[in-house]
Write a protein that binds this ligand. Structure first.
Ligand code: FE2
Ligand code: FE2
Length: 355
């Protein structure tokens, strides 16, 4: 076998690529189902996200036929009776007007820890709630990245995500099932954070503090891109050398912003400044090599590249999981050999077989 994966192919069955394409089909189906019911004006939410005996300060709509009907106006308590009524009528999805998204997001953030520890909520739905609200939160953070309150919010969400991933063995794969792979920076940020924390745990790092610092840095690894215009970030044609120089500044800009904000632990800075550095010193901004790379920088470098390759961009089509990993492994010298092989193992059929 001449595949770059040949030296550890014993870990994978011959049908691995087939299994992975099935998982991709599943992910696509998830996305299509969601977009089919979502409009610009309403967003779907899980019934399980609503806590009993809390006052809901946003309107709740239900779908009847093709129409969305106001079910419960805001500022009313959500009681057991309300929930039972919905369940009796087989209503599992509710909708919230996007104009009230901020209230919904705040509600989820303040209840996230009770949601992830609630034994009555199926794991798959918890994963959906954690992932969707992380995306909404990062969208907010990136629109105003230096706002201390926003960085604090992202810290709390990373702690909840780490807690969720550590709680059960298959939590990461539950999140994988609900993940989306679009070109938005906030989706990319949440994906890189999820991959990084799950990968570190897979490597044997189980100290929550370490994982929180890693997760915070991973979530905000591209925060410096907030200083670069969308015209350059999403340019279809080749970047000019001047534009390339600007792009290469985003790790240092991100670090500067986070140092100034003085909210993150300094261990969270490694992913931000080092995620484009490579083992053979071919990366940027400082072209440091393997001996100077922190483990958090290495982990996030792998997670970042993997998500970038497997996501459709305006300037490149998405590559599937198997060829993406093959490409990363075959480009010798860029990533720590041992780490990239373990990452491939984490993403491989042994762990994703159930998808
Ligand atoms: Fe980056
Ligand atoms: Fe990135």
């Amino acid at each position: 076998m001449n595949s770059p994966l040949s030296d550890f192919s014993f870990k994978f069955g011959a049908n691995w690529p087939i299994l992975l394409s099935e998982s991709t089909v599943f992910l696509l189906m998830t996305i299509i189902e969601n977009t089919a019911v979502a409009t610009d004006k309403y967003m779907p939410i899980y019934l399980e996200a609503l806590r009993l005996d809390t006052v809901i300060d946003f309107d709740l709509y239900i779908k009847i036929g093709r129409d969305l009907i106001l079910y419960r106006a805001q500022n009313l308590p959500f009681t057991e009776k309300t929930r039972d009524n919905l369940l009796e009528n087989n209503v599992e999805s509710l909708f919230v007007p996007t104009s009230e998204q901020e209230q919904y997001q705040k509600y989820i953030e303040s209840n996230i820890n009770t949601i992830i520890t609630d034994e009555h909520i199926p794991e798959q739905k918890k994963a959906g709630i954690v992932y969707d609200s992380s995306k909404m939160l990062v969208k907010d953070v990136l629109s105003n990245p230096t706002l201390g309150k926003n960085i604090q919010r992202s810290k709390a969400m990373v702690e909840a995500t780490v807690g969720y991933i550590l709680r059960k063995e298959d939590s990461f794969h539950n999140i994988l099932r609900v993940m989306s792979f679009d070109y938005y920076t906030y989706t990319h940020s949440v994906n890189v954070c999820t991959f990084s924390v799950a990968f570190a745990q897979f490597l044997g790092f189980d100290d929550e503090e370490f994982l929180n610092h890693l997760g915070n840095g991973a979530l905000l690894h591209d925060v410096g891109k907030a200083k670069i215009s969308d015209r350059i970030l999403n340019k279809r044609s080749k970047l000019t050398s001047l534009e390339m120089e600007l792009i290469k500044k985003h790790p240092a800009w991100g670090l500067e912003m986070m140092q100034k904000a003085d909210i993150l632990h300094e261990d969270s800075f490694y992913p931000i400044i080092q995620h484009h550095e490579r083992e053979n010193s071919s990366g940027y901004p400082h072209a440091i090599g393997t001996q100077d790379l922190h483990i958090s920088g290495k982990i996030v470098g792998i997670a970042d590249t993997f998500d970038a390759i497997t996501t459709q961009r305006v300037y490149q089509p998405a590559v599937e999981t198997y060829p993406a990993l093959q490409r990363m492994i075959s480009e010798k010298g860029l990533f720590d050999r041992d780490l990239i092989e373990k990452f491939a193992f984490l993403m491989g059929p042994t762990n994703t077989g159930k998808i």
